[in-house]
Design a binder for this molecule. Sequence first.
Ligand SMILES: Cc1cc2nc3c(=O)[nH]c(=O)nc-3n(C[C@H](O)[C@H](O)[C@H](O)COP(=O)(O)OP(=O)(O)OC[C@H]3O[C@@H](n4cnc5c(N)ncnc54)[C@H](O)[C@@H]3O)c2cc1C
Length: 334
Amino acid sequence: RLISRLRMLNEDFDTEAEGWQVDRVRAALKTDRYFHGVYYPKAFQVDGCKYVHGLAALARRAGARIFEDTPVVSIDHSGIRKRIVTPSARLRATHIVLAGNIHLGAPLRRLSDTLLPVWRYAGITAPLGERVHEIIGFKGSVMDSDGVDHFRIVDGDRLMWESPETTWAARPQRFAGSVRRRIRSIFPQLGNVEITDMFGGATGQTVHGMPQIGQLRKGLWVASGFGRQGMNTSAMAGQMIARSILWGDERWKLFSPFELVWAGGTTGRVAGQLVGIWGRASSAAAGSLARYRERAKVKDREREARLAEANRAAGTGPRRPPSGVRPRLAQPPK
Ligand SMILES: Cc1cc2nc3c(=O)[nH]c(=O)nc-3n(C[C@H](O)[C@H](O)[C@H](O)COP(=O)(O)OP(=O)(O)OC[C@H]3O[C@@H](n4cnc5c(N)ncnc54)[C@H](O)[C@@H]3O)c2cc1C
């Protein structure tokens, strides 16, 4: 699976990605929870807050006006000049881009209903000192292939750890204990760390997992459903839509096969939560099995080494294994 994933990343997506063997992963992350890894040498992280302010500054410089805390309460998108209503103003526009994620609500309820809201929660530990670098020697972000945990070191020696998720809004502080337990189960050497901050936010997930990018009708655009994708994809959607509005570039049509699918309302949320619980449980079971197999392999190797040692001690030529050691029979030739 790792090899085919690396091939896909390199060949189909022209992405620089390295496959790391178990030893290399564990040299960087002192835990037996992780096995092989995919390393992206050119990956980088952005500070989300600075990114948003940077975008706003660029937009203003280009002539845009931004009105914060101004909900759009309704839109009429039927004509060429569309109408937009806020609590204190009415506007006309040739193009509207609906980029409201799960919060969009009244302006186009049917669109919000195609997203499964998933709240993810993250915690930040108190400073952990030098020992955190001995245990986590990797400077970038780490995520397991099932997407259960996502972490990195911030502020020099604190750990930012994202893991719990719900399909309803909850107080992030409620999950401090669960973040602490996750950290302890992956890196027991860190002990019982103190969580000083918790935060959370909603992502909107589509039923097919692909983002919603495209034109619903002439001049009415949608850019949402970036849960499981992230900010990089939201930036790409923004560029594609802007290029189409300005220059008629039709690349966004590549996303047309992924239609707007109703997310199932309350039933969808309950199902989503259950699927999440099931996914985590099966990931934990697969992890236990992999570690069991690994331990069994180590025991096998030790037994073989003992047998070889005993054979050497008994001299050359046909020999009997020492009592208590079962002989390994050679495979007959195929
Ligand atoms: C805890 C957490 C950690 C994450 N970590 C990462 C990460 O490490 N890397 C990464 O790439 N992504 C991460 N994400 C995901 C990333 O934040 C989202 O993919 C991204 O923010 C989605 O952007 P968006 O513009 O679609 O929606 P949002 O960022 O939700 O923006 C939608 C905006 O529309 C506004 N709005 C909605 N309705 C209306 C209305 N009617 N009128 C006016 N305004 C309206 C809202 O107020 C909001 O400001 C994380 C998300 C969470 C919750």
